[in-house]
Design a protein around this ligand. Structure first.
Ligand code: MGD
Ligand code: MGD
Ligand code: MO
Length: 760
């Protein structure tokens, strides 16, 4: 007899089987998943479990004398839960009394685990909302520029992500699919809150089978796996906007260009055209103009523009394009170009923003709201765009601009993080370490002894998803999952909810925070509330007890192939967009009104802060792309056997074009030092002809392993630039970064990131 339950993770749904004889359950991918990922199968591996935080711990120098200088360097002292919670509650009370709630940063960006109740951020935010609020963070590292721009000109990103034309519609109607930045299958392993059936591989193959012409434009040629026929057009990083403008220029001057859709469904075209033709600035954005910027031969651009007019064309841009200097521009230029082709809302035509960024895009599963743990209301007004973390800590009181507004950075005394790893996600980690030394106290709730935990003052150990009961649900992934506790809790870890309830008790807000409910009461409550909302959409879910017993609700019987913007196309008056004009805004009066140099009223080419055409490229002639890792989610599960097996002699692999490697005397497998003026890291060389010359790829997620300004493990964020994409969005611009590489001579320092911590 085996007993089967389910568990959800961002990278898939797992069947958890417990045989009669084994204590340790076995994880298998969901049977219905046609293309499961290997990432999550190691969740219980000893290499991972060995790095769990067993007990609350306090940094020695903070415990003894409240020093701030020892963060990241000093050993920790294990303490009991009562002592740890007393210390944290005491700090919260002290900071609130002396400086107010606006001195507490609990923005706590990060992906945490799937599961709608034990969602660490939601728990943390609710806790702080019941004691007077906290400084929050807005937007995401994923879509910093996109999230701010897109509501002004087309649709907000959540709506957009969930309404991409589905794969079967593309296979049937599209004849030309052009992607800037590929459709990386490695990224489609994931969907936030829990991928269900992985569909993107089949989606890509269905395009290939249907004979769709596929063109992949970008610095990397191995991120579009749809068979032999994919055409790769190498393009210098961060120059996509120039290529899109050149395509638009060629379309404008083609006799087949038809203004019909422009006139009926867009505003502002006539404000954009003088820029495109050069009438306003003396520079016509022709294919010849773009060639020295992008490195793409003018004839290739002209031919492609002609093909776009002759075909049912889908244009796609990966999210990576907007995680860069002036990241708004490629999205705006893509929408503009698609509008000029006039196929937006036709089956298989128009634009996509992020096919392949996650499993979600292109799904035909029904869209319904999922269960949520209510966070309450935050009385504190102060916030930061999430990627401005170090700026906030280094520059309290200084002004910043965001989405047209004028704001100031708050003065933060206490940082409380749960469910994110700033020493994974933030740029310029050497700068972050300087910023991180400023607050009086830093509390981190973590599962593992990673860099976030090691840089805290007080570390509170959290359970993993397999150790608790929860409900899994992700937008358009087609399932509700009863995530039953599968293994006993390791060490003395506690659920984030229980940790925060312990703090609430000490601060006298236990009832407001937990409302007298335990875990199972909350699951029943949020499911039942959600069930009523879903019923209004005509979908009957079983009652909670039946759901919990059956383990899985499969929504695929409600599938509906989808066509982005079809309703808007059919009748723009009856189905307006939620932009100021109700139409696509190729010129935005609102954004123009913000009067920002680096983001004017229509799509423009602006030189990136760093790029291969810049003078700095003389000293740092490689453009670093720090993309998402194939064998883990960000830093999560980096110690797993699967992630380690992808490393080069224990370090992250840096992919270089063979010519660039040869010019530096670098051979396959060599340890190389990557460097610029911000920092240095070691990595293992991988020679890869699918990387264009002048480009280096070092995926994110190797656990940060500092030795002075050197990271020994291959973490690209010691190199990246910590600067907002523009004054509009202040988004993360990680993909804008120049470096140089050289062979590491001499003794190679060992990687220490997976060593157990020193506990005093
Ligand atoms: N250079 C560069 N940097 C980047 C990017 C890039 O493209 N280039 N991409 C950016 C993007 S798109 C993103 S989204 C970010 C991702 O950045 P993060 O989301 O911060 O990265 P994760 O490694 O997923 O961190 C999640 C942390 O939460 C912990 N955790 C998981 N479950 C729980 C839980 O239940 N409770 C608690 N308390 N903790 C839990 C995990 O152990 C892990 O340490 O990185 C960004 N950084
Ligand atoms: N396995 C795995 N999957 C993930 C994640 C993960 O950590 N692991 N993270 C998830 C998250 S949080 C997010 S936000 C998404 C992110 O999704 P994306 O932002 O799309 O992911 P990236 O891997 O950064 O980049 C996608 C592709 O864009 C290319 N690219 C980079 N810069 C440029 C450029 O200037 N021009 C062009 N044309 N191409 C460029 C890169 O080479 C890469 O192949 O991925 C999600 N999927
Ligand atoms: Mo992301």
């Amino acid at each position: 007899m085996t007993d089967r339950t389910y568990s959800a993770a961002h990278w898939g749904i797992y069947e958890v089987e417990r045989g009669d004889r084994t204590d340790q359950p076995v994880l298998r991918p969901l049977r219905a998943d046609p293309d499961p990922t290997r990432i999550g199968l190691d969740q219980l591996a000893p290499e991972v479990a060995g790095l769990r935080i067993a007990r609350p711990a306090v940094r020695r120098g903070w415990l003894d004398g409240r020093n701030r200088t020892g963060r990241g360097d000093e050993p920790f002292v294990e303490v009991g839960w009562d002592e740890a919670l007393d210390l944290v509650a005491g700090e919260i009370a002290r900071v609130r009394a002396d400086h107010g709630n606006a001195a507490i940063f609990a923005g706590s960006y990060g992906w945490a685990s799937a599961g709608r109740f034990h969602h660490a951020q939601s728990q943390l935010h609710r806790f702080y909302n019941t004691i007077g609020g906290y400084v929050r963070s807005v937007d995401s590292y994923s879509l910093g520029a996109g999230r701010v721009l897109m509501p002004h000109i087309a649709a907000d990103m959540d709506t957009s992500n969930a309404s991409h034309t589905s794969w079967p519609v593309l296979a049937e109607h599209c004849t030309l699919f052009v992607s800037f930045g590929g459709v990386p299958l490695k990224n489609a392993q994931v969907s936030s809150s829990g991928a269900g059936r992985h569909r993107v591989r089949d989606g890509l193959h269905s395009l290939a089978r249907a004979g769709v012409r596929i063109v992949n434009i970008g610095p990397v040629g191995d991120n579009f796996e749809a068979g032999e026929g994919v055409e790769w057009v190498p393009l210098r990083p961060n120059t996509d906007t120039a290529m899109m403008l050149a395509l638009a220029h060629a379309v404008l001057h083609d006799p087949r260009f038809d203004r019909g859709f422009i006139d009926s469904h867009t505003v502002g075209f006539d404000r954009f055209v003088p820029y495109l033709t050069g009438q306003s600035d003396g520079v016509a954005k022709t294919a010849e103009w773009a060639e020295p910027i992008t490195g793409v031969p003018a004839q290739v651009t002209r031919d492609l523009a002609a093909a776009m007019l002759a075909n049912r064309t889908m244009l796609n841009a990966s999210w990576a394009l907007q995680r860069a200097a002036h990241g708004e521009q490629p999205f705006w230029a893509l929408v503009t170009l698609a509008a000029m082709l006039g196929q937006i809302g036709l089956p298989g035509g128009g634009y996509g923003l992020g096919y392949g960024a996650m499993n979600l895009m292109g799904s035909a599963h029904v869209k319904i709201p999922g269960p949520v743990f209510p966070q309450g209301r935050n009385p504190v007004a102060d916030f930061i765009p999430c990627a401005r973390l170090a700026d906030m800590l280094l520059h309290p009181g200084e002004p910043f601009r965001y989405n047209g507004g004028h704001y100031r950075y708050p003065d933060i005394r206490l940082v409380h993080w749960a469910g994110g790893n700033p020493f994974h996600h933030h740029q310029d980690l050497n700068r972050l370490r300087r910023a991180w030394a400023r607050p009086e106290t830093i509390v981190v709730q973590e599962q593992y002894w990673n860099a976030a935990a090691r840089h805290a003052d007080i570390v509170l150990p959290a359970t993993i998803a397999l150790e608790r009961n929860d409900i899994g649900f992700a937008t358009r992934e087609g399932y509700y999952i009863a995530m039953k506790q599968a293994v006993p809790v390791q060490g003395e870890a506690r659920d984030d909810h229980v940790i925060l309830a312990g703090l609430a008790e000490r601060l006298g807000t236990a009832q407001a925070f937990a409302e007298g409910r335990g875990e199972m009461d909350w699951l029943r409550h949020i499911y039942t509330t959600n069930r009523a909302a879903v019923a209004a959409q005509g979908i009957d879910l079983p009652e909670f007890d039946a759901f919990w017993q059956q383990g899985l609700i499969d929504l695929s019987t409600h599938d509906e192939p989808f066509d982005m913007h079809a309703a808007f196309r059919a009748d723009p008056q009856a189905n307006p967009l939620r932009t100021p004009s109700g139409k696509l805004e190729l010129f935005s009066e609102r954004i123009a009104g913000f009067a920002l140099d680096d983001c004017p009223g229509h799509a423009v080419w602006r030189e990136p802060f760093e790029w291969l055409g810049a003078p700095q490229a003389r000293h740092h002639p490689l453009h670093l792309i720090s993309d998402q890792p194939a064998r883990r989610l960000h830093s999560q599960l980096d110690p797993s056997p699967w992630s380690r097996a992808g490393k080069v002699h224990g370090r992250e692999g840096v992919h270089l074009n063979p010519a660039d490697a040869a010019a530096r005397g670098i051979g396959e497998g060599d340890v190389v030092e990557l460097f610029n003026d911000r920092g240095r890291c070691l990595a293992g060389a991988v020679l890869n002809p699918a990387i264009m010359p002048g480009v280096a790829r070092l995926s994110t997620g190797a656990w940060y392993d500092p030795d002075g300004d050197l990271d020994r493990h291959g973490n690209p964020n010691v190199l990246t630039l910590d600067r907002g994409a523009s004054a509009l969005s202040q988004g993360c611009s990680a993909h804008t970064c120049l470096i140089e590489a050289r062979r590491w001579e001499g003794d190679v320092p060992p990687v220490r990131a997976f060593d157990p911590p020193i506990l005093g």
